[in-house]
Design a protein. Sequence first.
Length: 186
Amino acid sequence: MSVRILALVGSLRAGSHNRQLAEAAVKHAPEGVDVELYEGLVEVPFYNEDIDVEGSVPAAAAAQLREAAGRADAFLLFSPEYNGTMPAVLKNAIDWLSRPYGAGALSGKPVAVVGTAFGQFGGVWAQDEARKAAGLAGGAVLEDVKLSIPGSVVRFAETHPADDAEVVASLTEVLAQVAQGAAAAA
């Protein structure tokens, strides 16, 4: 049986380097690991308790995002850095997955955060914020599983992350560590 990892990308831009990094994770997932790249974050409304009511939760949040998260054994979040923190779309996904309180789809499941950014530190501030939010939402954050790739605009100007041997090796190790975390949690 395969370990199912749900990949959530914090950038909505079609040419996003973080999306490309997630595509590389799908392409280079080790044997026994299945990475699903979630495609619908753009449709998830901002979290609002008034609309998170049994029987009337918006389909994009409940039927798609929460169901995909419910099938996952673990999560891999890809975060760019927007003004020193994670993008709103990723925080919003974490908020939806934190509910219902104490029984959200993240509860007890391993979560790792990786990413790439233009700056010299590769988005570490944003990734730290995403780890914090995922942990508060109930996820079992894998604090030692990290990958921050700096200089994304230059590094990936002509090379897709899936074709960068160093990135692929690091990403494959991250996926193996997330899979180990999922196996230990099972």
